[in-house]
Design a binder for this molecule. Sequence first.
Ligand code: GAP
Length: 444
Amino acid sequence: MADTTLMDKLVSLCKRRGFVFQSSEIYGGLGSVWDYGPLGVALKKNLKDRWWHAMVQARDDIEGLDAAILMHPKVWEASGHVAGFTDPLVDCKHCKNRFRADDPRIKGTPGQPDAQCPVCGSRGTLTEPRLFNLMFKTFMGPVEDQAAIVYLRPETAQGIYVNYLNVLNSSRQKVPFGIAQIGKAFRNEITPGNFIFRTREFEQMEMQFFVKPGTDVEWFERWRAWRMEWCEGLGLTPAKLRFHQHGPDELAHYAKDAFDIQYEFPFGWQEIEGVHNRTDFDLGRHQQYSGKKLEYFDQAANERYLPYIVETSAGADRVTLTVMVDAYREETVEGETRVVLGFHPALAPIKAGVFPLVKKDGMPELATDVYQALKPRFPVFYDDSGAIGRRYRRMDEAGTPFCVTIDGETVANRTVTVRHRDSMKQDRVALDQLEAYLRDQLAL
Ligand code: GAP
């Protein structure tokens, strides 16, 4: 399968099965903004829950937070985003298109007579590069003037930094400890694309770990290993995961060291999560801009210091895409192609399909009872339309790990068939053992 074809097939499956839709589609769509349908929202929620469980619930040293998207505009001056969160852009004076200055399709040097517009082909029409800030701006209150400008946050991290003392003072935590948050972020990306890989509105799953200066390198290494383990635990193909260390020209203004966890997408190796040693840059800048002391007092050692921060930052949408790309496969079964999303059971939006083999002989009634009994326990889907083989295929495409079929034998001896998505093997399970059986198989 050609790699671009895989992305095209996935985008089409996402729309057909209700994973992801284009935003405002009936109006022609909005560039690089996407909506999640019933299966997509469940998949992304399962992923976020798994992250929250690993980062907050299962640990004693991390607290959760949900900070607002809108923040005091000074936050973004302190963070460096007003001055530095920019991309160099060039405009074509002829066709009015806009490009990143480093767009590989541009021939020649923008601003010079030899430079050629990659869209209309005109020469000498590209402007000199100008810096363009990627933050979305809006106005707070009724007056739309400079003083009323607020930004939609381009990362969730800053909400954590400005709340670090609040969390510290209201919890029992001591350094080293972390604060985790899942939330929306917005970037007016100039070259968005590849479906939900790079979008203008997206969700981040970020954790900021506050450590004593001098212990940052060892914590950085720990977090790097833990985050790779988490990615592998999603069932992603290990050979398609790797680390990429930022070179000096790639490091963000706040970082002393940074590693990306990359995945090999059909469009190449790309970052899905970053692990950054942000030093005391952020707390130092917020201390300076707010005039409030943000130092930590270590009672045991009787010393004061500004903690260093080790950050782990993953995109919920990007990891959702990764999970879907990795799970997609086509197989030939008895001369027919079946499309399977082989999701890890914990991520699968629907855990089991429930089917009566035929719509008679008491099977629909029994199947409805089974469905109603399972539904409060985990997401299940009832389907009695079409041949049983077609119902299996529909569940394969939705990534459902199990299908439970109620047949003639169920009526006679109260057992059902449980069909496994990946191996397609079928087990006979007693009705009164079904929930426990599924629970065990799903490892819930
Ligand atoms: N707080 C640090 C930070 O935001 P980043 O490398 O700019 O670092 C972290 O972003 C993660 O957020 C990325 O690894 C990616 O998964 C996700 N992300 C960033 N920009 C994105 C975009 N435009 N669309 C979707 N996800 C994005």
